[in-house]
Design a binder for this molecule. Structure first.
Ligand code: NAP
Ligand code: ZN
Ligand code: ZN
Length: 347
């Protein structure tokens, strides 16, 4: 076993603290990665606090991982020592179901194996990227294009693919008007990627202070959701709404902003349900849909797309000792737009 250092939540109620654990030995198809950077996703906070239920403790969170290959198994063909690579939200899947064969492993019928807070084939809990190293099967590893910085690329492994995948799935492009609800980690990636796809993106935010940021990121329009006037001015404006909000909120108000046949796509994952008023859907044949991250093939496509369009995540790089403060600041919306942990600080 490989001794590994990290930071873990020992329970749902305690802050993260230094934690030593073991990674498995490098098997024939495995790659050992020395982690250099890991983004802080709001999902890390939901899970470290067991807000969705089912969390496994102790938990080392982190699924926006970038690092350098330190060792490869005997059968590994696609990666070599020294390569810069990424790991996202899952590290295995059944590989035989229809979804896996199609390359949409995130919808694996047996369930994808989460990078952390999952249990592998041997029943061992998986542990994530707030740590010095990770061992992952080569099929679940991404290549980081040289044009991207490691800190700017790490959040693409979750925030990037979670917004890219639905934009591509629904064929969203230059003939569409799209609203992005919530300008956080996911939201800011949605604006950048949407703009690169030629879409007119409107940002709907609770915070007037984010108006300038929305413009700088490439947003076409901006509106504050606490103003009633926003909902009259933008009524029936959008073909799609991408909702990235992390806390429970009223979906019905946004549905009214869709055109006939418009689709509201939920990617934000609040811990409590929201009542749905059917008439606003019925009367304009509107849809509400959802989407979770993306498959390995599409994640690589997204990384290459971002490199070609000079898209990285904006954020603050922090030492791991500041992770608990960073969690509080994410919850307050006090980050533009993603914290990324520099794992050199673990030493
Ligand atoms: P984040 O950086 O905290 O951004 C969330 C944004 O939501 C905030 O910046 C804020 O934007 C808005 N918001 C927060 N509280 C709100 C409230 N009470 N009412 C209205 N708006 C509120 O979080 P993130 O990392 O982008 O993640 C967002 C959500 O997506 C989380 O629930 C996360 O678990 C989920 N997620 C889902 C997937 C998936 O595959 N579907 C993948 C990753 C993450 P404004 O300040 O602009 O209002
Ligand atoms: Zn995430
Ligand atoms: Zn499968």
């Amino acid at each position: 076993m490989l001794p590994t250092q990290g930071y873990a939540a020992m329970t749902a109620k305690t802050s993260l603290q230094p934690f030593s654990f073991e990674r498995r030995e490098v098997g024939p198809h495995d790659v050992l990665i020395t982690i250099t950077h890991c983004g802080i996703c709001h999902s890390d906070i939901h899970q470290a606090r067991d807000e969705w239920g089912g969390s496994i403790f102790p938990m080392v969170p982190g699924h926006e991982i970038v690092g350098i290959v330190a060792q490869v198994g005997l059968e590994v063909k696609t990666f070599k020592t020294g390569d810069r690579v990424g790991v996202g939200c899952f590290v295995d899947s059944c590989r035989t179901c229809g979804a896996c064969r199609e390359g949409v492993e995130q919808y694996c019928e047996a369930g994808m194996l989460l990078t952390y807070s999952g249990r592998d084939k041997n029943g061992r809990p998986t542990q994530g990227g707030y740590s010095s190293q990770i061992v992952v099967d080569e099929h679940y590893i991404l290549r980081i294009p040289s044009a991207l910085s490691s800190a700017g690329a790490a959040p693409l492994l979750c925030a990037g693919i979670t917004t890219y995948s639905p934009l591509r799935h629904w064929g969203i492009g230059k003939y569409h008007k799209v609203a992005v609800v919530g300008l956080g980690g996911l939201g800011h990636m949605a604006v950048k990627i949407g703009k690169a796809l030629g879409t007119e993106v409107t940002v709907l935010s609770t915070s007037e202070q984010k108006r300038k940021d929305a413009e700088r990121l490439g947003g076409f329009d901006f509106a504050v959701t606490s103003r009633r006037e926003t909902f009259t001015r933008l009524q029936r404006r959008f073909d799609f709404i991408l909702d990235t909000v992390s806390a429970p909120h009223d979906y019905n108000a946004y549905v009214h902003l869709l055109k006939t046949d418009g689709t509201m796509i939920l990617v934000g994952a609040p811990d409590k349900p929201t009542l749905l008023e059917p008439f606003s859907l019925i009367l304009h044949r509107r849809r509400i849909a959802g989407s979770v991250i993306g498959g390995i093939r599409e994640t690589q496509e997204m990384l290459d797309f971002c490199a070609a369009h000079h898209i990285e995540s904006d954020g603050e790089v922090i030492p791991i000792q500041q992770v608990n403060d960073a969690y509080e600041r994410v919850i307050k919306g006090d980050v533009r737009f993603r914290f990324v942990i520099d794992l050199a600080s673990l030493k």
